[in-house]
Design a protein. Structure first.
Length: 286
């Protein structure tokens, strides 16, 4: 039984990691806590839902659409709203909070607070493996999360744009002297973070019910995962997500969902006090 609970937790952790990695990236490069990140996840979920519901598009094939729409939205939000005040941390916090409220309330008005789900034929499909029951959708989502994190890490390390992002994160003034346009890099970084949130939302819609006010809940998970894994440490998002997933699974089985939140935030508080750089001791874009 405990093996099944741990397996379920690890697979759920892959979903959590998928939507936390973009949040961690934006903080690691721009030093902006994007409070609208949960709403980007919600938008990605509804893009998949409506494409499936109205046009019967295969849910996994909607992922590039979510990526593209959220990338464009994130790019222009950063370029025209956040970049002018990017050095004022309190103002960026207030601005992203305002964006969160605007997007959430528009979604509530347009889509109502109803709960919805993507009912593809393979949702709920399981298969046995070494005496355990494996959810097909959660396994695919877990693999997708690993691909996203590995792909993002390779992009940051192996491409010219990725190296420019890392250089800007490490020393913005020196990067500017080397000819890097920090404003453009910030816009690209925020766009990538938003696009990854959209992808995570698409994956999320296959695993859980979705609703217009879901963003705040997943924003809290993003905070927990990035603190556990290290603020701005990309591989830490996967490890932090898996840890949170296991805690979720154990608490859901032995206790209640409400107690899961209590335990998670107790652990979060302890980590912030004892080891603020995260369990793995990694900081921004290391």
């Amino acid at each position: 039984m405990i093996e099944q609970i741990l397996l379920d937790g690890i697979l759920i952790g892959g979903i959590y990691a998928a939507f936390a990695v973009g949040f961690s990236l934006v903080f690691g490069v721009i030093n902006v806590v994007n409070l609208a990140h949960g709403e980007f996840i919600m938008l990605g979920s509804f893009i998949t839902y409506w494409l499936f519901q109205l046009y019967h598009v295969e849910p996994f094939l909607t992922i590039p659409v979510s990526f593209g729409i959220l990338f464009v939205l994130g790019y222009y939000l950063q370029k025209y709203l956040i970049n002018p005040i990017v050095d004022a941390e309190l103002m960026t916090l207030l601005l992203t909070f305002g964006l969160m409220m605007v997007i959430a309330n528009i979604a509530l008005t347009v889509w109502t607070p109803d709960y919805r789900s993507v009912e593809a034929a393979y949702v709920g499909m399981n298969f046995p493996f070494m005496g355990l029951t494996v959810s097909f959708v959660r396994l695919v989502t877990f693999v997708a999360a690993i691909v996203i994190i590995v792909g993002l890490t390779m992009f940051l390390q192996k491409t010219d744009v990725g190296r420019a992002i890392r250089a800007t994160a490490q020393n913005r003034e020196r990067a500017i002297l080397l000819g890097i346009n920090s404003g453009r890099i910030y816009s690209l970084t925020f766009a990538i973070g938003a696009a990854l949130a959209g992808v995570a939302g698409s994956l999320l819609s296959l695993n859980f019910v979705i609703f217009a006010a879901m963003g705040s809940e997943y924003l809290l998970f993003c905070f927990c995962i990035t603190v556990l894994g290290g603020m701005g440490y990309i591989p830490g998002a996967l490890l932090g997500g898996m840890l949170l997933g296991v805690i979720n699974s154990v608490c859901t089985y032995y206790l209640t969902v409400g107690m899961m939140y209590v335990i998670v935030f107790i652990i979060l508080f302890i980590i912030l006090v004892v080891r603020p750089t995260g369990l793995f001791g990694k900081g921004r874009m290391e």
